[in-house]
Design a protein around this ligand. Structure first.
Ligand code: ADQ
Length: 481
């Protein structure tokens, strides 16, 4: 009989940290717990470049019972694999931004090579009964490369970002190769049912596959499980962050900023804080959100002097033109908006690009009356879930959530849903949220809280591993029946 508790081997572009010092996201929280419990390997890029690149020495650090193993990339590998193919071709394409996607054969080749080399370098670390779980759009070919290198154990894959509609995905020159390569995995996890359906439709319409049942699709002699596993957060942990002294300091700082509008008799309009927290990425709909806030001030002028919108937007992938242009445009738009509406004692829009610890962020969420999570496309969006987990049950804030965020499936029970492209809709949602009575805020928040505390990071990880463990593995070389 097979090992009753096989090791877990996780592969992701960046590795760790294993211990959560208040910095970790959903992937890290979920994986760390499972890795520590089962023992195993976490394999990925070191974050460094060197002359030897993927051919250089692997670095292994054993933490608890987990081997954290990383390899470098050469500058050419980093450019072709990460910047060009992953982030100039795949990221925009999968987020429905064909207008921004660039395709070229050089980066396609480097991307495949890096997947191949990572697989070859991982092989010596694998044992027969391991569960190998590969993450995200950086490693579409990793599974098929591992099979070619002779790995026969179970192989799972999880896509953290959307899988776009087949009409869009098929624009990618390597679309068939990528989906065929994905079929080497035994279980393919997606954030939502929509993503799974897009993948299955591609298998059927482009590759002549067939859907066997809700979770299984067959193409040629390969049958794979394709299933949604919505990622969550460590909700209990996050709620604890929100009442930590560090969170309290940040909350108090913001509350005093919103209180100082009143005079010594407590008179004057109460200031209300709206927050947004996102990596500065064109998929997050930041510009559209700024327009929505501007429309709020135009159409509902009672908010002038009292509404403050704080956008936390740490810089991301600034080496790429599309991101540098986005930053310029956001700064210009914020400047224009403030120039138009600000008064001597009120600055309506504040944008900051610095990072915060998760405890500090939890305090920021808790101080906010409204959180705007309005991506144009998002695999899940963990900020929406963090905002819910951080709220004060006696005075919870309101979540405004895009219809294009994966998190909508679980949070539509309590959020206000918007179309982020519709400026009037976003402005009306903000007005509704800012004026929502306490009873309604509580009712909505309780429904979302239930969802966030049920669909946690730990549960996401466990349900994927359970599925992988019980999946029947057909070796890739097997002929069809
Ligand atoms: P991301 O696109 O990075 O992740 P998201 O899910 O929102 O998007 O996660 C961002 C994380 O960064 C959150 O945990 C947030 O708290 C943190 N963060 C943001 N600003 C910060 C700041 N200034 N300081 C510190 N932390 C900050 C990808 C996909 C998503 C998917 C996740 C997980 O694009 O759709 O939800 O993976 O699968």
């Amino acid at each position: 009989m097979a090992d009753s508790n096989p090791r877990l081997v996780a592969v992701s572009n960046r590795v760790g940290p294993l211990s959560d010092e208040g910095q970790a996201g959903g992937l890290v929280v979920g994986l760390s717990d499972a890795l520590k419990r089962r023992g195993g390997v976490w394999f990925g890029w070191s974050g460094e470049t060197s002359k030897e690149g993927t051919q250089g020495e692997a670095k292994t650090e054993v933490q608890e019972n987990v081997e954290m193993t990383t390899i470098d990339m050469s500058q050419e590998e980093l450019q072709g694999f990460y910047y060009d193919y992953a982030n100039r071709s795949l990221w925009p394409l999968l987020h429905y931004r064909l207008d921004l996607a660039e395709f070229d054969r050089v980066s396609d080749k480097v991307y495949r090579q890096v997947n191949h080399r990572f697989a070859v370098r991982l092989m010596p670390h694998l044992k027969e009964n391991d569960l190998v779980w590969v993450h995200d759009y950086h490693f579409f070919y990793m599974g098929s490369e591992l099979r070619q290198a002779g790995y026969k154990g179970r192989l799972g894959y999880f896509l953290h970002i959307p899988f776009c509609a087949p009409e869009v995905f098929s624009a990618l020159p390597a679309s068939h190769d990528i989906v065929r390569a994905l079929l080497a995995y035994d279980v393919i996890g997606f954030q939502t049912d929509t993503d799974r359906c897009n993948f299955v439709s591609f298998c059927i319409s482009e590759l002549g596959g067939e859907k066997l049942d809700e979770d299984r699709v067959r193409v040629g002699d390969r049958t794979v499980i394709a299933k949604p596993f919505p990622i969550g957060i460590d909700a209990e942990g996050y709620a604890r962050f929100a009442v930590s002294p560090e969170a309290g300091e940040h909350e108090e700082m913001l509350l005093s900023m919103t209180r100082d509008r009143r005079n010594s008799d407590g008179e004057g309009a109460e200031r209300k804080l709206i927050v947004g927290v996102d990596r500065m990425d064109y998929s997050k709909g930041l510009l559209e959100r700024f327009y929505g806030f501007e429309r709020l001030l135009e159409d509902y002028p009672e908010n002038c002097g009292s509404a403050i919108f704080l956008q936390v937007a740490p810089l991301s992938r600034s080496e790429l033109d599309a991101y540098a242009e986005l930053r310029d445009e956001l700064e210009r738009t914020a400047g224009h908006l403030n120039g138009r509406f600000a008064t001597l004692d009120w600055t309506p829009l504040q944008m900051m690009t610095r990072g915060f610890t998760r405890k500090a962020l939890a305090g920021i969420y808790r101080a906010a009356r409204v959180c705007l999570v309005t991506p144009l496309r998002d695999g899940m969006n963990l900020v929406a879930k963090e905002f819910v987990a951080a709220q004060d049950p006696e005075d919870p804030g309101v979540l405004i959530l895009s219809r294009f965020a994966g998190a909508l499936d679980e949070l539509k029970c309590g959020c206000i849903v918007v179309n982020p492209y519709n400026t009037d809709d976003v402005a009306a949602a903000m007005q509704r949220a800012l004026t929502m009575p306490l009873e309604e805020r509580k009712r909505r928040w309780e429904a979302m809280r239930e969802a966030v505390f049920t669909g946690t990071a730990q549960r996401w990880c466990q349900s994927f591993i359970d599925m992988l463990e019980t999946s029947h593995h057909e070796p890739a070389a097997q002929t069809s029946s």
